[in-house]
Design a protein around this ligand. Structure first.
Ligand code: HEM
Length: 242
């Protein structure tokens, strides 16, 4: 067995990102499909992460939910502070849609969850700081990479976010779609399914070459990694007592 290794390894290392597109997907696969399929495994991991599992299973206190919401605030601030400078960018510009903005909703939720002093109390976990810093960096130097972060958060919020809202309302007694869960309520998006279809069309219309698209996919995977790291840190802060 081990005699085969030297032949196998260089071969694997020589497979480029571009080859991966060419060999793993049929030619002409829409970019929205490519990015969804490529992040599918990590999505399953995120859903199954202990912190998410405990949160959705109603096994954590509202303090854990508040701490998670606090982390989201740092991430969305990074996403949305970049909006003004990116709105005319040929790649990222079309994704900047004010109806998606979440910062104001997060701020209202945090005031409800942590009290009026929440701004003085809110702190980013190191994993959150790293995540927000990467979003800001992409916004500054690589708008296509910013799209990967935009997709990973907003399309997720429009989808699985609704499951989280439902659980949060039931577990901690928030008013339906009220303070505490406003982050998950997109008041200006009356038809989320149609909106997501439109969003996928935007992804399919990203005007760049295959190599750059693969880089965006890789950045999306990185975005999932950042989320996973935040979940692990939160799991460390809120371990379930045996
Ligand atoms: C327990 C937690 C989660 C649940 C229950 C969940 C559930 C779902 C569901 C049901 C969909 C499919 C919606 C559809 O087909 O239209 C979805 C899509 C999505 N989720 Fe999640 N999700 C969770 C966590 C996450 C996390 C942590 C992220 C990343 C930060 C994420 C990112 C996404 C993205 C980007 C999509 C859109 C996929 C696409 O259609 O391109 N999700 N989620």
């Amino acid at each position: 067995m081990s005699a085969c290794r030297p032949f196998v390894r260089p071969l694997v290392l020589e497979v480029t990102a571009l080859d991966a597109i060419a060999t793993d997907t049929p030619t002409g696969t829409p970019f929205s499909t490519l990015i969804r399929v490529a992040s599918h495994e990590q999505h399953t991991e995120a859903e199954g992460s202990p912190f998410m599992g405990h949160l959705l299973g109603g096994r954590l206190g509202v303090d854990a939910y508040a701490r998670y919401t606090e982390q989201l605030w740092f991430v969305y601030r990074a996403l949305e502070e970049a909006a003004e400078s990116l709105k005319d960018d040929p790649i990222a510009g079309p994704f900047i849609q004010p109806e998606l903005f979440r910062t104001a909703e997060l701020e209202r939720d945090l005031a409800h969850l942590m009290g009026p002093q929440w701004r003085e109390l809110a702190t980013a976990l190191p994993a959150t700081e790293a995540y927000a810093a990467r979003v800001a960096e992409c916004a500054r130097v690589w708008p296509a990479g910013y799209v990967a972060h935009h997709y990973t958060r907003y399309l997720g919020d429009l989808s699985g976010g609704q499951i989280i809202r439902d659980r949060a309302e039931k577990t901690w007694g928030f008013e339906r779609k009220g303070d505490g869960v406003r982050f998950y309520v997109f008041e200006q998006i009356t038809n989320p399914a149609a909106f997501k279809r439109g969003y996928r069309e935007l992804l399919d219309g990203v005007d760049t070459d295959d190599l750059e698209k693969q880089r965006i996919v890789d950045e999306c995977k990185r975005a999932f990694d950042f989320n996973g790291a935040v979940f692990r840190a939160l799991d460390g802060e809120f371990p379930l007592s045996a």
